[in-house]
Design a protein around this ligand. Sequence first.
Ligand SMILES: Nc1ncnc2c1ncn2[C@@H]1O[C@H](COP(=O)(O)OP(=O)(O)OP(=O)(O)O)[C@@H](O)[C@H]1O
Ligand SMILES: [Mg+2]
Length: 462
Amino acid sequence: MAEATVVTYEPRGAARELFQSDDLEVLLSGAAGTGKSVGALMYLHLACLSTPKVRALVVRKTLASLTASTLVTFREKVAKEAIEAGALRFYGGSPQEPASYKYANGSVIVVGGLDRASRLLSTEFDLVFVDEAIEVTEEDLDTIVSRLRNGVLSRQRLIMATNPGSPTHHLKLRADAGRCRMLYSKHEDNPRLYQDGEWTEYGQAYLARLDSLTGARYQRMRWGKWVAAEGIVYEGWDDGVHLVDPFPIPAEWTRWWTVDFGFTAPFVCQMWAEDGDGRLYLYREHYRTRRLVEDHAKAILRSVEVCVEHCGRNQRIHDHAACEKCVMGWGEPKPRAVIVDHDAEDRATLERHLGMGTAAARKGVSDGIQAVQSRLKAQGDGRPRLHILRGALVERDQDLADAKKPTCTAEEINGYVWAVKPGNAGGLKEEPVKADDHGMDAMRYMCAQLDLGGRTRVRWLG
Ligand SMILES: Nc1ncnc2c1ncn2[C@@H]1O[C@H](COP(=O)(O)OP(=O)(O)OP(=O)(O)O)[C@@H](O)[C@H]1O
Ligand SMILES: [Mg+2]
């Protein structure tokens, strides 16, 4: 065991208040990059280093997002020296036990996604950190609070960090009602951005990037305000209703793909399944910038392939795609049509590299929007006709995440707003703002295809 692990950390602002307070529930709320995750993770790390047998938990809504963000911060910005000194090590998990960081003194930080929560939450904890808490439901939080009773620390705590959302979000209401203490974290609190009363060079560049955001996203990510998006196009959308947990899609459901091209802006390929009642489920999605169409085509084909003839080695740890003896083939039905926007050159390239024909999308914006809106409404049986599966995104585009732009279709919806008509104070134009709308376009093509008459069949090449 390392005798003296050196940890250098200067908590400021909200992070400092976190260390000085002892409220059961704390919400670190603030603009992008203000030091919320570092502060909360440091709190857990120091508690684990200084007290034996502490049980802590770090979660996000999904395991994939936790791994790509919070755990990178933990490993590289929070626990780096202590890991190098041998005070803790990563344990990858087993079927019986979730992944965790195990400390030499018997403390542990379990890590995971609430998408696989049953195993995580079957035991009790002293400290829980929920990162990007805006993504989790009230029920998730209530379950977590019920697990806060390990009793090694005298004060059990739920610490949450988030960028702000709408003022009616359950987290904001929870804080307003006094159930949790809201601590406002600012850019000046982060020494990497602000030192000795001045913005660092890095800080200036970081803020300049946030200054290019628009609408509610700008108010929230740049200034940390809980503001509503004005003039939302899909007012009928409700994360709690339309976002659903993944489930195995029956093989007989019809598949459709929709594509919106982009290079600097994201290229989006959505894969939809249509059930027997005509309901649509977005079950897989590619959403990436700065990639050639042919590379998108490869990634798309890779995402539908499974191993159909196995070489016989251990199936679970084996990389089928890299094995010369495994045979990869389609693991799901081929799409009835690949519906794409009109760029002729990109379309031809995509067809060539997918080996499939494509159909041109119906591009009428207002008809398409109406088709989506009507699918979002609950039907007689109380269910809408359009859903997105959580975790549908195949691979997160880190550049988009760093720039605080949407990284998937589900993240665009609540910021997709009507344009304000110039000269007409407060009036709304019959057209959405053309920003962060690439998943919106592809989703509109899907609904227009099914609901605005005449179905198309895919032309197969080769
Ligand atoms: N107290 C600190 N000392 C040194 N560096 C810090 C500190 N706080 C934050 N940083 C640096 O700033 C970066 C961003 O911090 P962090 O990830 O905690 O921000 P955040 O508020 O959680 O951002 P987001 O809104 O994107 O979730 C960290 O990767 C780290 O490099
Ligand atoms: Mg963070």
